[in-house]
Write a protein that binds this ligand. Sequence first.
Ligand code: FAD
Length: 313
Amino acid sequence: MTVLILAEHDGKQIKKATRQAVTAAAAWNAPIHLVVLGHELQAVTAEAAAIAGVSEVICVDAPALAHALAEDVAALLLDLAPKYQVILAPYSAAAKNALPRVAALLDVAMISDVISISAPATYIRPTYAGSVLTTVESSDAVQVLTVRASSFDAAANGPAANIVDHAALAALSSQNQARFVSATHTISDRPELASARVVVTGGRPLETRFDAILNPLAAKLGAAIGATRAAVDAGFAPNDLQVGQTGTVVAPELYIAAGVSGAAQHLAGMKDSKVIVAINLDPDAAIFQVADFGLVADLFEAVPELTAALVAE
Ligand code: FAD
């Protein structure tokens, strides 16, 4: 048995979620291979090969993969699949797009958002926005799954793995009807939301003062900024900041929620945070049920006061 992990990277660095997926894959006690797809991957491949527990890194490097489409990723994984009994990836937007295609093409079950592997082929995953934890068992010959990265520790570095080059499929992207048009990236010097140690999240009441109120606090704490869906839908914060069931799932050391009601769909994305601080005008707000520290106050006063009282990190 061998486990194949689809590596997450940004073209320059391996994402922490990949290291967390390696820890999840250790449950099989079997060789772990990482596949790295993209273009000009020297640095990423070298970093992948240094992750403890990884015995082989498969590098698929081609100009056509600089902006890899889910159809192409699925086709490449399918090409590699005959050698593997487990195909695994972190539960990210890209993997959520690619892996169900692989599962469908292999005619096996897709097992998504696994938070614990009780035994090989027995998994625990949240359902109903995290209100219920379900134990699922799959008897499929090939297990295709995504894992919630924040539920697993990041693997450290270890002895260097073999690096193997794999040719990209000749028919890439011409074999499907999708093509890459453009990508718009939010440039930020803040830590990445999914792996940040501290997250400061704002809700709908911040309105057009979202950045003005939250940025100074986040800067002092070295924090990533998050938002509720209501704040995103109203246009006060960009979509990629959304925390929750339909956004990013986070589990930082410290989560500060300002003007966040604590709807179940929001809690599904942050309730595993180690310490939760909530600031809300309403003493009955649901967010206080998961908060370790609650402040019934007007955020427009409390957040600037908190920011002023903090010494910069
Ligand atoms: P509100 O519900 O408007 O709450 C604002 C809060 O701020 C209130 O508690 C209020 O008391 C408090 N407040 C007001 N003024 C102040 C002030 N001056 N100082 C302090 N506190 C103040 N939501 C997500 O966040 N993430 C998701 O991924 C997500 N996915 C969803 C998926 C589905 C299928 C559905 C149906 C909904 C989803 N939602 C999600 C939406 C979710 O149900 C809530 O509507 C949303 O989280 C509410 O956002 P909010 O707390 O900012 O706004």
